[in-house]
Design a protein around this ligand. Structure first.
Ligand code: ATP
Ligand code: MG
Length: 689
């Protein structure tokens, strides 16, 4: 393979961003902000920048590359590798650079916190709680301090965790968060303070961190000048993709590590900010230019390389209505006569049929399944489609779902490994102990109390006396933990031991044990890909595997499959053909988020993100009858929905309208907004004391 300068493939602005601080601009140490619209090559430019820095002698070990998901990090490494190969004329996997510090803020945070644990008052073998575990723990604490009985109408555990999380991530005081986002909970401010104090204490006692702690402790660590300097000095470059979806803690982390801004590159698009419900703030990108001791260099990109002209036109029309945004004029050279389609179908079942037909038709025309995707607002919106795809044997992989890890047999096996890793995790211990027949909540609590009080919890476990009726089945459990605690044991042997111990329980507890065993085998295969038990548990919690059509884990690499994804999880990606489900009022915008202007604006950006994933074909589906779960009115029901309000009459010219099978013409939005109910997530210890 001939070597070629990869920078030649970039346009002028992209090249300026990729080479900033090297070559002609060597000596320019300003931080860099690339702000540009969808499909303008921000991620591509970032990959070129990394490769270019490496070619100018930067050490890949000293680069921190922060992406939105693990998948995005892997994709970025692949792209950097590709660029370097091209530059150096290499083939295959010859000398590909290893970027050990690439990943999500959460996974890099977890690594740093384990390393610095002893210096910041943490224990290095901490367990990470996912959203579900955190909610359960919040529920448990809520129960223990007696709020579930004595305080009628006290917010549910999910809401409590939401409030807690928002306080952490926005750094706003509790009273302000309640006022702005949870106005119906303001009367509970004192109780919530008490609850959060107890929740933080429980986490500390059990040596667990939740997702938000990974950022909060990292940010706290960076607020200590000596530590911040030490950590910051380990990295010459910090590069962040999708910066519009970072929150205040993440901005503090970057600033703490690099106060001068030297070596910092962020790229993003304010028009694609879709995570403010989790505390992300578009202010980060707007404030970036002036937050360091040096003012940032700003590069904007104007040419879209992803979509055809008609698709770009339709998406631009949607975002042009947004109230606040950096004006960005995007143009493309990709001409096409095929407009974006608005497809009117009678209901969700017919919608599923239309999409399946269309996907197959496009496959026949040469578009492999992998080049197509179906996007939707919320994970459960794909249910009808999943059935239809299964019926027609169309393989698919679903992103943004957590079902695999939610299955009880998977949770059981993981609890065994978590408990072995961190014997102070009450959540894990409680689950494991009760798998033994004859052991109930009371015995489990007695065990955990004994382990909590003991100087060595492992000794307490071995010496524990179960009730007489459980003795026989308890012995294998005690012997399993003795083996799992053996320092000589090499991963993934732990997994095999745990699986073998669990097998008889699986058979006893589940009629479909045979099928479930396949899932456990799948989990064991996944486990083999990680270097250690701790690494496996951390990564699995931070980035759970996707759900597949046969429910038994990711398909083989070379299989062809259709991608099903929530819009949130589809960020940064692109497909030849994109189908967006349920483009109706009540769904986009969601009937749960139509309260304030900010929420509505975020819903508009969500539709924009969905539309801008398409390269050649875009189909927005509008089912006329739409099934809405309406807790407020007591039950689920069908409503006659209208086309999303984000596509006005005036914008229809940008679309081709299709009615299927032969439905009447499109009606404009009719559904009225409902009261807002938002879901958010969970920070450090001292603030609740
Ligand atoms: P998003 O806002 O959705 O994250 P983005 O700005 O990160 O989009 P990329 O994903 O980097 O855009 O690029 C979009 C598409 O355009 C990709 O297929 C990429 O390979 C292609 N592309 C980017 N720059 C160029 C270029 N200079 N020449 C040809 N193709 C390009
Ligand atoms: Mg991108």
């Amino acid at each position: 393979m001939q070597s070629r300068d990869p920078l030649e493939s970039l346009n002028q602005q992209q090249r300026e961003a990729a080479t900033h601080g090297t070559g002609e601009s060597a000596g320019d140490t300003r931080p860099l902000l690339v702000i540009a619209g969808a499909g303008s090559g921000k991620t591509n430019t970032l990959a070129h920048r990394v490769a270019n820095l490496i070619r100018h002698g930067a050490d890949p070990q000293r680069m921190m590359l922060l992406t939105f998901s693990r998948r995005a990090a892997q994709e970025m490494e692949r792209r950097v590798g590709g660029v370097l190969q091209q530059a150096l004329g290499l083939q295959g996997t010859q000398s590909l650079p290893n970027l050990p510090w690439s990943g999500t803020f959460h996974s890099i945070g977890a690594r740093l916190l384990r390393e610095y644990a002893p210096r910041i008052g943490l224990e290095e073998n901490f367990t990470i709680h996912d959203r579900g575990d955190s909610e359960d723990l919040m529920g448990l604490v809520r129960h223990e301090i007696g709020f579930s009985e004595t305080k009628k109408r006290f917010p549910l555990k999910g809401t409590c965790l939401g409030i807690y999380s928002r306080v952490l991530n926005t750094r706003d005081p509790l009273s302000l968060v309640l006022q702005n986002t949870y106005p119906w909970c303001t009367q509970w401010e004192d109780e919530l303070k008490k609850l959060f104090g107890a929740y933080v204490e429980a986490k500390q006692q059990q040596n667990v961190l939740d997702y938000d702690d990974l950022l909060a402790f990292w940010a706290d660590m960076m607020a200590e000048p000596a530590l911040a300097e030490e950590v910051g000095a380990r990295f010459d470059h910090l590069l962040v993709d999708e910066y519009q979806d970072t929150n205040k803690l993440q901005a503090e982390i970057i600033l703490g590590m690099k106060p001068t801004g030297q070596g910092v590159t962020v790229v993003g698009d304010d028009a694609q900010s879709i995570y403010s419900f989790r505390g992300a703030t578009v202010r980060n990108i707007l404030d970036f230019p002036r937050q360091f001791t040096q003012e940032a260099r700003i590069v904007t990109l104007e040419r879209n390389y992803r979509s055809t002209q008609p698709i770009l036109e339709a998406s631009n029309a949607v975002i042009a209505q947004a109230r606040e945004r950096h004006a960005k004029d995007l143009y493309t050279d990709k001409v096409s006569s095929q407009k974006a389609q608005l497809v009117l179908v009678p209901d969700e079942a017919q919608q599923a049929r239309w999409v399946a037909d269309q996907v197959l038709r496009q496959r026949e025309a040469g578009a492999v399944l992998k080049s197509q995707s179906v996007l939707f607002r919320a994970s459960h919106h794909s249910a009808a489609l999943e059935l239809e795809l299964a019926r027609r044997n169309i393989p698919f992989v679903k992103f943004g779902g957590l079902k695999f890890l939610e299955a009880s047999h998977i949770k059981d096996l993981l609890a065994v490994l978590r408990f072995a890793q961190n014997p102070r995790s009450r959540m894990a211990g409680f689950r494991v102990a009760q798998l033994v027949p004859g052991v109930g909540a009371a015995t489990a609590t007695r065990l955990l109390d004994a382990m909590g009080e003991a100087s060595d919890p492992h000794v307490a476990l071995q010496g524990f006396e179960p009730p007489a009726q459980a003795k026989e089945d308890w012995a294998p459990l005690a012997s399993l933990f003795a083996k799992l605690n053996d320092a000589e044991l090499a991963w993934p042997a732990d997994m095999e031991l745990a699986k073998a111990w669990y097998q008889p329980h699986l058979e006893r507890l589940h009629e479909d044990a045979q099928v479930r065993k396949l899932d456990l085998d799948q989990l064991a295969r996944l486990a083999a890909g990680y270097g250690s038990r701790e690494r496996f548990l951390t990564e699995l919690t931070l980035d759970p595997p996707e759900v597949t059509s046969d429910q038994s884990g990711p398909p083989l690499r070379d299989e062809d499959y259709l991608i099903l994804s929530t819009i949130h999880s589809a960020k940064g990606q692109e497909w030849k053909a994109v189908h967006v489900l349920n483009c109706v009022d009540g769904c986009i915008p969601s009937d749960m988020a139509t309260g304030t202007t900010e929420e509505l604006e975020e819903e508009r950006r969500l539709l924009y993100v969905a539309m801008t994933r398409a390269k050649e074909q875009l189909h927005l589906l509008v089912p006329q009858r739409f099934y809405i779960s309406q807790q407020a009115s007591g039950g689920d029901k069908h409503v006659y929905a209208g086309r999303t309000r984000f596509i006005s009459e005036a914008m229809l010219a940008a679309f081709e309208q299709v009615c299927w099978p032969d439905a009447p013409s499109l009606s404009a939005a009719s559904a009225q907004p409902q009261a807002p109910v938002l879901q958010v997530r969970s920070r450090a210890r001292s603030m609740w004391k």
